[in-house]
Design a protein around this ligand. Structure first.
Ligand code: SF4
Length: 372
């Protein structure tokens, strides 16, 4: 699987801790560097067939069709795409116009769209410093469907100060009328270095309220249940059969090649992340060097990472995989799971164990308790 990072945004949202730079278009020299990095690192995945590609950001909908074609052609020449199943592009509603969506569909490359809606409430969108409004978000979704996209996911955020339970439910009910296949819902987190954190510290925005966030999560679970969205990961919900193939592979320990400034890669034994600086990234790639830091993973690191991600999924911990890959660590860990089963947080299943809805809320804490 390949991930391409496009770290450009028209303006910064107040809560965002990702690396990106404010710009109204994607620099051509960045696209050239991305294509060059693809060439330099073409054997990173040891010539495995590529099944999924994800173009994320930042704001990949800022890419022109010409730039997208350049990336597509480069990937096409370098990798075996005979098993390609899913190519996702992230986009912001205000850029997903009818014309742009038709052009995207005509590339015959992108077959899944991830639309960064975040909220359907105009006041909340303003507070978050998003550029779109509720109508833009609805129009982008409907126009994507008109253009022929039949695999669409929307991103939403809950637990936002000012987002009442009633407003949150109204957001979800708008989705009920949109006939989409997938939904990613995240609790607002206040990250260091963000404008949100500064505004809360200055008393200009109310702090997030844990109880309210929990109520939003619980009403989300109930709403998804009533509206036939299956929760397959703590923040991800889909119509049956529409799990995100790319993201599911991250949670499965599958190696991936991450291209671009700030992109991360994983080859099964080490993690690698590129420099979070567009200018330096381009300069370094132009001189043939990938500017990255590599961390070799110990068996314990790799085991802990698996626990961390697998516990957040509906599939949960797979006993066969764990017995084969980490025999000693798993032997020492499995008996500890009884305590979570007895507390009504974890359930044994055909292949191992998974957390129920209540347990999923504590997934990170439970993983940390099980870490070796
Ligand atoms: S949330 Fe998305 S659009 Fe907003 S600044 Fe972050 S990457 Fe850019």
């Amino acid at each position: 699987m390949i991930y391409i990072h496009i770290p450009y945004c028209k303006q910064r949202c107040i809560y965002c801790g990702f690396y990106s730079t404010a710009a109204s278009s994607v620099n051509e020299s960045y696209i050239d560097a991305v294509c060059n990095e693809l060439k330099i690192r073409a054997d990173y995945l040891r010539n495995k067939k590529i099944q999924t590609i994800y173009i994320g950001g930042g704001t990949p909908s800022l890419l022109t069709i010409k730039q997208l074609n350049k990336i597509q052609n480069t990937i096409d020449k370098l990798f075996d795409l005979s098993g390609l199943k899913e190519v996702t592009l992230e986009g912001n509603p205000e850029q997903l116009t009818e014309k742009h969506l038709t052009e995207l569909k005509n590339t015959n490359f992108i077959n899944r769209l991830s639309i960064g809606v975040q909220s359907f409430d105009n006041d909340i969108l303003k507070l978050l410093n998003r550029r779109h409004n509720c109508t833009d978000a609805i129009d982008a979704t409907k126009n994507a469907q008109k253009a022929g996209f039949d695999n669409i996911t929307l991103d939403l955020i809950y637990g936002i100060p000012g987002l009442t339970n009633k407003l949150w439910l109204e957001n979800l009910n708008i989705i009920a009328g949109l006939n989409i296949q997938h939904l990613s819902c995240y609790a607002l987190t206040v990250e260091d270095g963000t404008m949100l954190k500064t505004l809360i510290e200055k008393g200009k925005i109310a702090p997030t309220d844990e109880d309210q966030t929990l109520q939003h999560y619980e009403s989300l679970i109930e709403w998804c249940h009533k509206n036939n969205f299956v929760q397959y990961e703590i923040s991800n919900f889909c119509r049956e059969g529409y799990e995100a193939k790319h993201n599911s592979r991250y949670w499965n320990n599958t190696p991936y090649l991450g291209i671009g400034a700030a992109a991360h890669s994983y080859n099964g034994t080490s993690r690698q992340w590129n420099i979070s600086d567009i200018k330096n990234y381009i300069q370094s790639i132009n001189s043939g060097i990938v500017p990255s830091t590599i961390e070799n993973l110990s068996v314990e690191d790799s085991f802990n990472e698996y626990l961390m991600t697998a516990l957040r999924t509906r599939k949960g911990l797979e006993t066969n995989f764990l017995t084969n890959r980490y025999p000693d660590l798993w032997k020492a860990t499995e008996p500890k799971l009884t305590a979570y089963i007895n507390k009504g947080l974890m359930v044994p299943n055909a292949k191992g164990y998974h957390l129920n809805h209540k347990g999923m809320l504590l997934a990170d804490a439970i993983a940390a308790e099980l870490f070796t």
